[in-house]
Ligand binder design. Structure first.
Ligand code: ZN
Ligand code: ZN
Length: 643
C-alpha cells in the first residue's frame, strides 16, 4: 500500500495510507479538543472538505469554524440546507439558481411563480431545523460535465443546466445532502448538524445573472454564525445600519430624491441636500486653494475621437453611454475628467520651472451601471468626482504624493473619519510604461506612506494598467469600510496626448501625471456621511443650524426680527411660527436633526433673548441672539461632531 506524508505547518508530521480522509488524518495530528472546531482544511490546491481523500504528500492547514474562511463555509452550507428545505416544502414549483456565501451571510436565488415573502421564513426555518437535526452529510461526487447536464435537465433544473453549459471543465463536482443535489465546488461542513445558529433575513428580487431581460428570481438572504452571541451582535448592527440608511434619512431630512421619470441612478438634490453639498464643496475648494491647487471647470461631453486618443473607447467603453451626433460629428458623455485637464495643459507650452502643477475640479461624470446595481447615493449613473491631476517632474513625485496623502487625511479627519485601511497596488501582468518607471513610482508611493508613518497593505498586481496606486478605505461609525480615496500614478495618458515640457537641459520631456480623488464622489461621500452621522450633521455641515420656535402668537413679531437679523449675519436658520404646541414643534425639529432650537416666550421677548436648546435635549441659559451667534461660530470653528 502506498503511504503519504501529511504534516501541519506547526511541524507535526505522520505517514498515512494513501486515500485517507483529511478528518482521519487530523485526528492523529491534533488533539481531540482542537479537532472539534475544525470544519475543513486548506492545502496547496485550496480549501477541501474534511471527507476529501488525500492522495499525495501535503501540508494541511486546519480551518476553524470560527475563522473567516470557516464562517464562509458554514454560511455557504446553510444556503444548501435552505435550498433543501425549500425543495422539500415546495418541490417542483421551485427551481434553484445559485447560492453563494457573501459578506456576513449567504443567499440563494429561487424561481417560483409567486415570489417568496418573509412570512414564509418561519416555515422554511422550521424545515431547515428538521434537516439539521437529521445530521445529513454533505456528500461529494464528480461527474462528467455532459452527464451532469443530462442529470440536471432531467430534474428540470434549467438554471443549473445553463451554468454547466457555460462551464469550461470536463468534470464537475456535485454535492448531495438529503434529497437535494447541487452543482458546487465546495467545500462544506461535514454534515448539517454543524449549522446551529442561523437566521433568514430578507427577500429581494434578482434577475437571473443580473440581466433585466432574464427571469426575475427571488433571492432569500440569510446568515449563520458559530454562536448565538455573534448572531445577536450582528442583528443589532443590522438594525443600527437600517436606522442610518441614507435613503431613508435622505427622504426624512429632505436631502435628495431619485425619480423614475428622471431616470434611475440620477440624483436630484433638494434644497437642504444642495446646501449640504455646497458647504462641502466650499470647504473642499478652500482647502485646495490653501494647498496650492488651482480650480478648473471643463465640459460634460467631448468628441468621440478624443476618447479614442485617451484610450477610453478601447478600455472603458462598456462604462460609457452611446455617442450623440452633433453636425455629423460624434460626441460622448465623459466618464472621467482627465483628458480635459490634459487639454488645459496642452493649451500652452510649459517649462520645468512651473512644476508641480496642481489642478482640481468638482467634475461631473457619467458612467453606465446596471439598473440592478444602483443603490441610493452609493451607486449612481451621474456623479461628481472631487478630482485633481498633478503634473510634476520625476524628482517631485514623492513629495507630491506625500502632500496628497497629507491633504487627504486632513480632509477625511475634518469629516470625522480617523480610521482607515490603506492599500498599495503594484504592477499588474498587463501594463504600459517601462519597468524602471513602475519601480520608481511604486517606491515613491511607499516612501511617502512610510514618511507619513502610515501602515499599509500591499495588493500585489492590483495596480491599474497605467500605473501603481494607493487606495484608502475609511471606517464609519459602525465600523463599516468605504472605498473613497485613490491616488494613481499614470504613465499612459501623458504619452497618448504627447504632453511635453522644456527641461533644464533645454530638451523636451514628458511630465509625470497623478490622478487623485479624496472623497471619491460627492454623491457617495454624502451617502457615507449621512450614515456615519445618522443624519445628525455637525454644526458646520448642518443645512439648518438653528430653528426659532415661538410659544404663542404674541412672540411672532419678535421671532421674525431675530430670524431676519441672524439670517443676515449668515446663520442657517429657519422659523416655525405655526400655531402648534411647543412640544410638537420641538419634536419636529428633532426629527429634522436641527442642532439648535431657539425657544421664545414672553420673557425672552421682553428681555431680548432666546432660550437655547440642543437637539439632544440639553438646555442652555437664555442669551442674546448675538451671544448665540458667537457660540455657533466657535463650535463651527472646531468642526467637531456634536450631539
Ligand atoms: Zn456548495
Ligand atoms: Zn484622472
Amino acid at each position: 500500500m502506498t503511504e503519504i506524508s501529511l504534516s501541519l505547518q506547526s511541524g507535526a508530521s505522520k505517514q498515512f495510507p494513501q486515500g485517507i480522509s483529511a478528518a482521519a488524518a487530523l485526528k492523529e495530528l491534533v488533539s481531540a479538543k482542537e479537532c472539534k472546531g475544525i470544519v475543513a482544511v486548506r492545502c496547496k490546491e485550496g480549501l477541501r472538505d474534511l471527507s476529501a481523500p488525500l492522495m499525495e504528500d501535503a501540508v494541511l492547514e486546519p480551518v476553524l469554524l470560527r475563522s473567516e474562511a470557516g464562517l464562509e463555509i458554514l454560511r455557504h452550507s446553510t444556503a444548501h440546507i435552505m435550498a433543501l428545505a425549500v425543495k422539500e416544502l415546495y418541490g417542483e414549483q421551485v427551481k434553484v439558481a445559485i447560492g453563494p456565501a457573501i459578506e456576513d451571510g449567504f443567499y440563494y436565488d429561487f424561481d417560483r411563480d409567486k415570489p417568496f415573502s418573509p412570512d414564509e421564513f418561519e416555515v422554511i426555518e422550521a424545515k431547515m431545523r428538521e434537516m439539521i437535526k437529521a445530521r445529513l452529510p454533505f456528500l461529494r461526487r464528480e461527474m462528467k460535465r455532459e452527464e451532469a447536464i443530462a442529470f440536471f435537465r432531467e430534474r428540470g433544473e434549467v438554471y443549473k443546466v445553463e451554468l454547466l453549459q457555460d462551464l469550461d471543465a470536463e468534470t464537475v463536482s456535485i454535492y448531495s445532502q438529503g434529497s437535494f443535489i447541487d452543482l458546487c465546488r465546495g467545500p462544506h461542513v461535514p454534515d448539517s448538524s454543524w449549522i446551529q445558529v442561523f437566521k433568514l433575513l430578507r427577500v429581494a428580487g434578482s434577475y437571473w445573472r443580473g440581466d433585466e431581460k432574464r427571469p426575475m428570481l427571488t433571492r432569500i438572504y440569510g446568515t449563520a454564525f458559530a454562536d448565538k452571541k455573534d448572531l445577536q451582535d450582528y442583528l443589532h448592527r443590522l438594525e443600527e445600519a437600517r436606522k442610518r440608511d441614507h435613503r431613508k434619512l435622505g427622504k426624512q431630512l429632505g436631502l435628495f430624491t431619485i425619480q423614475d421619470q428622471i431616470g434611475p441612478g440620477l440624483i436630484l438634490w433638494q434644497p437642504r441636500g444642495a446646501l449640504l453639498r455646497r458647504l462641502i464643496e466650499d470647504y473642499w475648494k478652500d482647502e485646495h486653494y490653501r494647498h496650492g491647487y488651482q480650480l478648473l471647470y471643463t465640459p460634460h461631453i467631448a468628441r468621440q475621437d478624443m476618447w479614442k486618443t485617451s484610450g477610453h473607447l478601447d478600455f472603458y467603453s462598456e462604462n460609457m453611454y452611446a455617442p450623440m451626433e452633433v453636425e455629423e460629428v460624434l460626441y460622448q458623455l465623459k466618464p472621467m475628467n482627465c483628458p480635459f485637464h490634459i487639454g488645459v495643459f496642452n493649451a500652452e507650452r510649459h517649462s520645468y520651472r512651473e512644476f508641480p502643477i496642481r489642478w482640481c475640479e468638482l467634475g461631473t461624470v457619467y458612467r453606465y451601471e446596471r439598473t440592478g446595481a444602483l443603490h441610493g447615493l452609493m451607486r449612481v449613473r451621474g456623479f461628481t468626482q472631487d478630482d485633481a491631476h498633478i503634473f510634476c517632474l520625476p524628482d517631485q513625485l514623492e513629495a507630491e504624493i506625500f502632500n496628497i496623502i497629507d491633504l487627504n487625511l486632513h480632509i477625511l479627519r475634518t469629516f470625522g473619519f480617523d480610521q482607515y485601511d490603506i492599500y498599495l497596488s503594484t504592477r499588474p501582468e498587463k501594463y504600459v510604461g517601462s519597468e524602471d518607471h513602475w519601480e520608481r513610482a511604486t517606491q515613491a508611493l511607499k516612501q511617502a506612506l512610510e514618511k507619513k508613518g502610515l501602515a499599509y497593505q500591499i495588493d500585489p498586481g492590483e495596480g491599474v494598467f497605467y500605473g501603481p496606486k494607493i487606495d484608502i478605505k475609511i471606517k464609519d461609525q459602525l465600523g463599516r469600510s468605504w472605498q473613497c480615496s485613490t491616488i494613481q500614478v499614470d504613465f499612459n495618458l501623458p504619452e497618448r496626448f504627447q504632453m511635453r515640457y522644456t527641461g533644464e537641459d533645454g530638451g523636451e520631456h514628458q511630465p509625470i501625471m497623478i490622478h487623485r480623488a479624496l472623497m471619491g464622489s460627492l454623491e457617495r461621500f454624502i451617502g457615507v456621511l449621512i450614515e456615519h452621522y445618522a443624519g445628525a450633521f455637525p454644526l458646520w455641515l448642518a443645512p439648518e443650524q438653528a430653528r426659532i420656535l415661538n410659544i404663542t402668537d404674541a412672540q411672532a413679531g419678535y421671532c421674525q426680527q431675530v430670524y431676519e437679523r441672524l439670517r443676515t449675519l449668515g446663520l442657517r436658520i429657519e422659523q416655525d411660527l405655526r400655531n402648534e404646541k411647543l412640544n410638537y414643534k420641538i419634536r419636529e425639529a428633532q426629527l429634522m436633526k436641527v442642532p439648535y432650537m431657539l425657544v421664545v416666550g414672553e420673557r425672552e421677548k421682553e428681555e431680548g433673548t432666546v432660550t437655547v436648546r440642543r437637539r439632544n435635549g440639553e438646555n442652555l441659559p437664555a442669551m442674546t441672539p448675538e451671544a448665540f451667534l458667537d457660540l455657533v461660530a466657535e463650535e463651527c470653528k472646531q468642526r467637531q461632531a456634536c450631539v
